[in-house]
Write a protein that binds this ligand. Structure first.
Ligand code: FAD
Length: 445
């Protein structure tokens, strides 16, 4: 019987052969990884009309090295399955995106942020090596030492440069529980000062924030602990994000802490109010709640009821911390959707996929991820998705591409580095088997 790594190699060779085959027919392709996607479905979305390259068999953890605190996983492994295996050895990936179904490959090629990001950046910043199948069917092994230019460009390439087939990443020691402290500020100034103070504190492991309203800004500070006097459970009838506005402290298992936002998919359940009613959750919660269920049901309903021309706004924008106050004042006055998720994010070094001029203007290593989940966008005169993108651009911020995008080709490459992207594309996908980054996110027929 082939070992896991032998069958891994066999699958990678099969995928490489498929890519070469389709390239020889000049057929554009997209990556089929199985499971649910974590981006907003758009009417007339052309992204999945090309031929699929099926990589769904790549969904295993290949190794966990406790000594080295390193793990190797195939891209289709969900973080829920991954941490089950790492926690069994008292370890945790350093950045664990909050939704159970997000995969290792999607977190690298797309985006990822979590409450350790204030120290470590995104999940990809904790990675040390990628195995990639290029658009010409060549298999690359790249790292900061080998083909470093390609290694650094894979993050945020959204499947337009090549196919990740395995990822090696660092792990950290984990304790069985997390003690949570909710620190409420009534003003932005007090909140920002407290956030910066907690970021400097040595005994803190996790920091994020929930803005419940302009005068109720809650900083959620987490610490690993070995014992817990009690444990709360938000996986069924109780609602996590609300608890942060009602309590000053809480205790969760480390697994439940990692996925504390999963049951409501942050607070997307707000868009279907009965899903926040206790009796309804008691009766049918298991069927409808949980990010994978919610995303699956929203896709099914969209097929039956038709998709909104302007889906609700669901997007993360990373604002240079020096402009956080400007953003927040604008947000309260012009956007005013709550809760707003706040995650401090330290960029270990300027990402080479960002335009040099933008990096110079940003002149900041700390960014504040301000995430909107579910603002209805049907105002006759205002397109809130476009409004948020424009404001982010004005403040030299970065918007994730998971939702609607309104850039012109010029404004897009004022954010993304065209020279670095084209150089990576020429090496990894010289024949353009995968769509170009701008085209992939601006092709809606
Ligand atoms: C409602 C919602 C809530 C979210 N909340 C969070 C959050 O709390 N924290 C967070 O970090 N992120 C969050 N995200 C963003 C999400 O993490 C990213 O969109 C992530 O990229 C999704 O990964 P996925 O595994 O679901 O992959 P997909 O959504 O399927 O793919 C994401 C991108 O990666 C590419 N890709 C996937 N696998 C591979 C591969 N093997 N090789 C090359 N390219 C590949 C795809 O082509 C696609 O462009 C959220 C997104 C949504 C829609």
């Amino acid at each position: 019987m082939a070992s896991r790594s032998e069958s891994h190699q066999q699958i990678v060779e099969r995928i490489a052969a498929d890519v070469r085959e389709l390239r020889s027919h000049g057929v554009p392709v997209h990556i089929y990884k199985g499971g649910e996607h974590h981006f907003v479905p758009l009417p007339g979305d052309a992204r999945f009309r090309s031929r699929p390259i099926d990589i769904s068999a790549l969904d295993h953890v290949l190794s966990i090295d406790r000594e080295q605190r390193l793990a190797v996983a195939e891209p289709g492994v969900s973080f829920a399955r991954l941490i089950e295996q790492t926690l069994a050895q008292g370890l945790l990936p350093i950045v664990v995106p909050e939704l159970e179904g997000i995969t290792v490959g999607g977190a690298v090629a797309g985006c990822s942020v979590e409450s350790m990001s204030y120290k470590y950046g995104g999940f990809h910043d904790t990675c040390v090596e990628y195995e990639i199948v290029g658009g010409d069917g060549t298999v690359h092994r790249c790292s900061r030492e080998n083909e470093a230019d390609l290694f650094e460009m894979i993050h945020g390439s959204y499947g337009t440069l090549g196919i990740l087939t395995s990822v090696t990443f660092r792990l950290t020691e984990a304790k069985p529980y997390v003690q949570l402290e909710y620190r409420t500020s009534r003003t932005f100034e007090a909140f920002e000062a407290d956030m910066r103070a907690q970021m400097a504190a040595a005994d803190v492991d996790f920091i994020d924030g929930i803005v419940h309203g302009p005068d109720q800004l809650v900083l959620c500070v987490g610490r690993f602990v070995d014992q817990a006097p009690y444990l709360s459970n938000y996986r069924w009838t109780r609602i996590y994000y609300r608890s942060t506005g009602e309590r000053s402290e809480d205790y969760l298992t480390t697994r439940d802490y990692c996925f504390r936002y999963d049951t409501e998919c942050h607070w997307l359940t707000k868009t279907v109010p009965p899903l926040e009613w206790r009796p309804v959750r008691f009766a049918v919660g298991k069927l409808f709640l949980g990010s994978t269920n919610l995303i699956r049901w929203s896709r099914r309903l969209a097929r039956v009821l038709g998709m909104k021309k302007r889906p609700d706004v669901v997007v993360d924008v990373f604002i240079p911390s020096r402009r956080f106050r400007d953003f927040f004042e604008w947000y309260v006055a012009e956007f005013a959707f709550y809760p707003l998720w706040i995650v401090p994010y330290r960029m270990p070094q300027p990402y080479p996929w960002l335009c040099d001029e933008l990096v110079t203007r940003q002149n900041d290593e700390l960014f504040i991820d301000c995430a909107v989940y579910g603002k209805v966008n049907n105002h006759p005169e205002v397109d809130y998705s476009e409004l948020l993108e424009r404001k982010t651009h004005e403040l030299d911020g970065i918007k994730t591409l998971i939702s609607r995008n309104h850039y012109t080709r010029e404004s897009f490459w004022e954010v993304y580095s065209r020279p670095n992207y084209d150089a990576a594309k020429a090496k990894l996908d010289p024949h353009g088997v995968f769509p170009n980054l701008f085209e992939k996110f601006h092709r809606v027929s």
